[in-house]
Design a binder for this molecule. Structure first.
Ligand SMILES: *Cc1c(COP(=O)(O)O)cnc(C)c1O
Length: 421
């Protein structure tokens, strides 16, 4: 084969091994062209929910292509988008009555930020400051990087990123600090919105906080007229144990972003849900108040059909029970490391588990990630640690035996950090 022309995402081509060629996917596995079955313990970057190529979703995609491909979504509409929007409104936290489609998690967040600023501006309120949580991740576009944590990943673009106000991550013992800071930032009535990943900060290191904190943040937001944007791009569709993570906090955000699991992980699609008030602020005979946003592939009918099949699966199959069983399994299996000094910060949120590998030498942190990745791949396990944070975020069809094999490998992998490099 000639040299690959592919420039891969988040990949340092100078140091990383050539990417295995994946020829087939099924259930909890991705399979290489030469027949190796690799357990997808990270749901292919958090998108796959039920499992790869669920037959009902594949069937829906196939059927949709019999009648529709892409249709311009300004001025025209179609059944898959209409039905999906109704279903989303029904399933989402109460009060989210409008659905705006786009095609990735990042765009769903960009849309949310624009809606929040448009809401205030159209209401004659000069609020433009955004409040974000420390260690957050909301995407890789300029706008979403601006509301995310700053670091080596976005240092080159820093001059282009807009300023935001940051509240501390509500780590145990620091909760009050988080709430006080948010209260202080909202006191002058200038904060447009708080954007948060509910319960789990994914790319920031699978950091988890109790639902009660989200409830408290929402109360402060409400008192000051600050909008709450819930970025449920990763946490949605059962990942944290409930359909949406906000449910556990009894919180209805003003805006909710969903993508990754929306189509069961089969097709790119995203939706930003908003309240009636936000829609109303853009409803006017003054055309300047229009919500000016679109992507070419907005509400792609085939992707919407895949999402509708996903919604049907949640209705027709015991998916919630499957999620509950997986959540229990994850907690049980992680417990074997409870008194293991090689690890710390054992944590779970629904179907997600995470633990931190104690690393000795300073500077070793950056190195351990790629080493662990290679170690797991040699054992036909797709695991992608975030620095020294090992996490397991599997499709819901994963079995107890498969998880055992995975945690056995985690146990072995700890030696990589302990062995003095
Ligand atoms: C993955 C992710 C995004 C970005 O989604 P893309 O589809 O990769 O653009 C945004 N927010 C959160 C919380 C995510 O986990």
């Amino acid at each position: 084969m000639s040299r690959s022309a592919v420039w891969h995402p988040f990949t340092q081509h100078a140091t990383e091994p050539a990417a295995p060629l994946i020829a087939r996917t099924e259930g909890a596995y991705v399979e290489t062209a030469d027949g190796k079955r690799i357990l997808d313990a990270i749901s292919s970057w958090w998108v796959i929910t039920h499992g790869h190529r669920h037959p009902k979703i594949v069937e829906a995609i196939r059927n949709a292509t019999e009648t529709l491909d892409q249709v311009i979504f300004a001025g025209l509409t179609h059944e898959p988008a209409e039905q999906l929007a109704s279903a989303l409104v029904e399933m989402a936290p109460a009060g989210l009555d409008w659905v705006f489609y786009s095609d990735s998690g990042s765009t769903s967040v960009e849309v949310a930020l624009k809606m929040a600023l448009g809401f205030h501006r159209n209401n004659g309120d000069a609020r433009t400051r955004l409040v974000v949580m420390e260690h957050s991740y909301h995407g890789d576009t300029i706008g979403t990087m601006s509301v995310g944590a700053r670091g080596v990943f976005n240092a080159a673009y820093d001059p282009l990123l807009f300023e935001v106000d940051t509240i501390p991550f509500p780590a145990p013992g620091r909760e009050q600090e988080t709430l006080d800071r948010f209260e202080a930032l909202t006191r002058d009535g200038k904060a447009a919105a708080l954007i948060v990943e509910p319960l789990v900060l994914g790319a920031g290191g699978m950091l988890m906080y109790p639902a009660q904190r989200l409830t408290e943040l929402k109360q402060i937001a409400e008192r000051s007229g600050t909008l709450l944007i819930a970025d449920e791009v990763m946490t949605g569709w059962g990942r944290t144990g409930t359909m949406f993570a906000c449910e556990q906090a009894g919180v209805s955000p003003d805006i909710l972003c969903t993508s990754k699991g929306l189509t069961g992980g089969s097709m790119p699609l995203a939706a930003t849900l908003a309240t009636e008030a936000i829609f109303q602020a853009h409803l006017s005979t003054d055309r300047a108040k229009t919500f000016f946003h679109s992507s070419s592939y907005t509400a792609n009918p085939i992707a919407c059909a895949a999402a509708l099949a996903n919604v049907a699966l949640w209705r027709d199959e015991p998916v919630a029970e499957r999620v509950a069983a997986l959540s229990r399994m994850q907690a049980d299996k992680l417990a074997r490391f409870r008194n293991d000094e090689r690890f710390e910060n054992l944590r779970t949120a629904g179907t997600i588990s995470a633990l931190d590998l104690r690393v000795g030498k300073a500077g070793y942190l950056a190195e351990v990630g790629p080493k662990l990745r290679a170690f797991f791949l040699e054992r036909d396990l797709l695991v992608r640690p975030l620095g020294n944070v090992i996490y397991v975020l599997p499709p819901y069809c994963v079995t107890s035996g498969e998880l055992d094999r995975l945690y056995d490998a985690v146990d072995e992998a700890a030696e990589l950090a302990g062995g003095g490099g």
